[in-house]
Every structure is written in C-alpha cells, then in structure tokens.
Design a protein around this ligand. Structure first.
Ligand code: MG
Length: 253
C-alpha cells in the first residue's frame, strides 16, 4: 500500500495511491488498516504534500562503508545521530532553496527514510518492524562547507527546505532488499543496495528509541551511500528507490 498526503480543493488529506489515482482515507493512516473511500482523484489533479508531518527527523551519519571511505572517516561502532528540524521538510515537486547568503557548497544525499507508525521507546531490534509504518525517499540536503566549519551539524543540515521527503510511504517494501539511486539533472550519481548499510533499519530504529521516544510520523533517515555531490541553483535532483518511486525537486535561489 502506498500512503500519500495531498491537497485538493483547498483541503489537506491522506490518501492511498492506486496506479495513477489517489483515494482519500477514512480514519488515521496510523491505524492498522486505513480504508480508502470511494472519493478519488487522478494523481495529476492533486498536489502531493510531504507524506508525513514529523515532530523530528533523526538522521544517521556514515551508515554506508563506501561513503565513510569517500570522506576519509573510520567506520562508526554505533550509529551516529543528528537531528533535522521539522521546518526543513518539503514534498515531492517542491523547491530546495539555496542558502546563498551563508553557504557556497550545498550537497544532495539520497537516503531511504523510515516513517514511524506508533510511539516507540526502548524497542528491541526484533520488535522494531511493528513500529514502522513504511518507507519513503529522502534527500538529506547539506551545506557541506558549514558542516566542516561548525563541526556539529545543526546549521548545515537545518535550513528550511533541506529535507525533501516523498512522494509517498510504501508499507510493504523490504528495506533490506532495495536500492537507493540519485540522479542529478538526469545523470546517475548514487547507486547502492540498502544491504550495504552498516546498521540496518531495525537496528537503527531500536538504537534511536533507546535515546529518544519516536512518535507516529517521525522519520529516521538511514544515511547516504557514496557519490554525494554538489547542487546548484537550476539543478533538478531525483531520489529513486525501487518499490517506492521517485522524489524529485528543483533547486532555486
Ligand atoms: Mg545524510
């Protein structure tokens, strides 16, 4: 099942995507079986919104071996966490705003994102799946020069529009058996199997839940593979994950 948030006729709603149509959901998407109503629209008739409204995005640094190597960093012995603010979230088709007043170097980072289904605190890895609603595409946009300058990540990762997410949440994906690809202006720049993660999604959700309570709709971004690179105003960046779809955003001033 593919769950989206969308706006049509001036109202925001949750819906289930079926082919090229979207059907409004009766009740909450966090319940076990959200039921589609008969009210449907063509996907081209609605505006897709970020598929969830997280209270926080917990992102993981250096979770792919080759990405750690490209930055000359040693492999972490436990997940390295940082936060992105809820105000950095944008959806499929929205514009990433280049913060030219502060940064000269902004990068894309294609990632698989986990969306939390129910309140999770101190969850063991073998139980973590029960707390996951599904998976979506994520771009951990980063002002690389500020990340190096500030040492800690809050400014570099926290600008408005620096957390594109979507286009929808897939509830049936096997997170261990898919690929993350990033295309910049149609050219492939990142391509890795999620099986290459150092810590898998269940270990990550468990680890984070032992630090802070995860709430329904919160996001855990699972780290980027090698091949990160620069974005410039006018670029078009697309994160594609097999089994989910494609998250596409332009970059503007
Ligand atoms: Mg990242």
């Amino acid at each position: 099942m593919k769950i989206a948030r969308f706006s049509v006729d001036g109202r925001e709603r949750y819906g289930i995507v079926d082919g090229l149509s979207i059907y409004e959901v009766d009740g909450s998407i966090f319940e076990s079986n959200p039921e589609p109503l008969s009210t449907g629209w063509g996907l081209d008739e609605v505006r897709l919104l970020p598929p969830c409204t997280p209270t926080k995005i917990v992102a993981i640094g250096l979770n792919y071996r080759e990405h750690a190597e490209e930055f000359g960093k040693s492999l972490p012995d436990e997940p390295m966490l940082f936060l992105k603010p809820s105000t950095s979230v944008i959806g499929h088709g929205d514009r990433i705003v280049y913060p030219g007043h502060m940064s000269r170097r902004v990068d894309y980072e294609g990632e698989l994102a986990v969306v939390i289904k129910k309140t999770a605190r101190c969850v063991p890895p073998e139980e973590a799946g029960k707390y996951i609603l599904g998976y979506t595409c994520f771009n951990d946009v980063t002002a690389r020069d500020l990340q190096k300058k500030d040492i800690q990540y809050t400014r570099a990762k926290g600008f408005d529009t620096f957390a594109p997410i979507g286009p929808w949440i897939d509830t049936e994906l096997d997170p261990m058996d898919t690929r993350v690809r990033t295309y910049l202006n149609g050219e492939k720049r990142q391509d890795a199997p999620t099986g290459d993660m150092i810590f898998d999604v269940y270990e990550l959700v468990s680890f984070v839940s032992r630090v802070m309570t995860l709430l329904p709709g919160d996001v855990v971004a699972t780290g980027t593979p090698s091949g990160v690179g620069r974005l410039r105003p006018g670029d078009r960046v697309e994160i594609v994950i097999d089994g989910i779809g494609s998250l596409c955003n332009s970059v503007g001033d």
